[in-house]
Design a protein around this ligand. Structure first.
Ligand SMILES: O=C(O)COP(=O)(O)O
Ligand SMILES: [Mg+2]
Length: 214
């Protein structure tokens, strides 16, 4: 293994409370009722546009033009990226102990992903940051993950992907990259096809090298 690539939301950071707050600002502007934190947790993982669409569907229906609601969401979220967002327990120590190049591959747009990393002192850990709008496709398309490996100067076989969702699992499989699955993230339903040796439930004292070739 020559590098480790991480998902962001639900994997390294518990970011749902700030996403929830921004979603409810967006919904209030649209004259909709608020959604709960648990609902929002179920809406995260396929990019901000999907999250806005899912919020609308849950509160009365999806309007024909979602563009103003995307803008409202992006604007509200940009103001409070890390007010309530925290690293999961043990993430800081685990990242700081890794002596390999590391990268991010998230479906969050690149600008808020970079700003969040700056604010939580994560940027220094990553050589490459790939967001949901950095390439022509989002996860579960393998393109952003393959792009991240190439940007590191590596092949997919040389990297491990660490994520928390069925989307991340499908992305890793489609890219033919080794995968480690954090069970403490935002995936609400079991992931079919995942092997038990690919799973971990805590970041404390974690040795990620055991997942490459697991
Ligand atoms: O859906 C998003 O915006 C981001 O989710 P991810 O960091 O888990 O890819
Ligand atoms: Mg995630």
């Amino acid at each position: 293994m020559k590098a480790i690539i991480f998902d962001l939301d639900g994997t390294l950071v518990h970011s749902a409370p700030d996403i929830h707050a921004a979603a409810n600002v967006m919904l209030a502007h649209a004259g909709r009722d608020p959604v709960t934190l648990d609902q929002v947790i179920g809406f995260i993982g396929n990019g901000i546009e999907k999250l806005v669409e899912r919020c609308m569907r849950a509160t009365g229906g999806v309007p024909d033009d979602l563009t103003p609601h995307y803008a409202e969401m992006n604007c509200a979220y940009a103001k409070d990226l890390t007010t309530l967002t925290r690293l999961f327990d043990g993430v800081r120590e685990t990242l700081d102990a890794i002596d390999l190049p590391m990268a991010l591959c998230t479906n969050k747009p690149e600008t808020p992903a970079r700003d969040l990393c700056d604010q939580l002192d994560l940027t220094r850990n990553f050589t490459v940051i790939t967001g949901g709008d950095s390439t022509l496709a989002k996860k579960p398309d393998p393109l952003p993950l393959v792009h991240t490996a190439v940007a590191l100067g590596l092949t997919v076989e040389e990297c491990l992907y660490v994520g928390d969702s069925v989307t991340d699992f499908r992305t890793a499989r489609a890219a033919e990259m080794a995968f480690a699955y954090f069970t403490g993230g935002y995936q609400p339903t079991p992931v079919e096809g995942l092997r038990s040796e690919e799973c971990f439930g805590s970041w404390r004292g974690l040795d990620l090298s055991r997942f490459h070739g697991a």
